[in-house]
Design a protein around this ligand. Structure first.
Ligand code: AMP
Length: 112
C-alpha cells in the first residue's frame, strides 16, 4: 500500500529532509510534538515493526544509527527520545515504519 512517506521518498510531495542515504531518509515531522521532531524511515516500505523480518536486521540497526547521527547533527546534546508506534493502540497513523526523534525539551515519562 502506498503511503504519504512513499510520496516523500519519491519527491512527489515536499518535506524538510535532513538526511538521506541509499537505505533511509530523515525529515521533519509536519506536526511537531517537541522543538525537535524528526522521522527516520527506511526507503523499503515495511508497514510496521511487527512486519519486520530477520532479513531486515541490518536495516533496523542502520535506522538506529541514522537516528543517532541525525540527533547529534541537529544538536540534541541534552538527550532525546526515539519512539516507534506500532499499530492501533500505539496510535500509528502512517503504515510505513518510522522512528520518531523527539527532543529540545524535557520529555515526560511515562508517555501517554
Ligand atoms: P505515527 O502516529 O507514529 O504513525 O506518526 C506519523 C507521523 O507522521 C505523525 O507524527 C505525523 O505528524 C507525521 N506526518 C504525517 N504526514 C507527514 C508529512 N507529509 N510530512 C511529515 N510528517 C508527516
Amino acid at each position: 500500500m502506498t503511503t504519504i512517506f512513499d510520496k516523500i521518498i519519491r519527491r512527489q510531495i515536499p518535506a524538510s529532509i535532513v538526511y538521506e542515504d541509499d537505505l533511509t531518509l530523515a525529515f521533519k515531522d509536519v506536526n511537531p510534538q517537541a522543538p525537535v521532531h524528526l522521522l527516520v524511515i527506511p526507503k523499503e516500505p515495511i508497514p510496521q515493526l511487527a512486519q519486520a523480518e530477520p532479513s531486515h536486521q541490518a536495516l533496523l540497526g542502520h535506522l538506529l544509527l541514522v537516528a543517532q547521527r541525525v540527533a547529534a547533527e541537529v544538536g540534541l546534546t541534552n538527550g532525546y527520545r526515539l519512539v516507534i508506534n506500532n499499530g492501533q493502540d500505539a496510535g500509528q497513523t502512517v503504515f510505513h515504519l518510522h522512528i520518531h526523534i523527539l527532543g529540545g525539551r524535557p520529555l515526560a515519562w511515562p508517555p501517554g
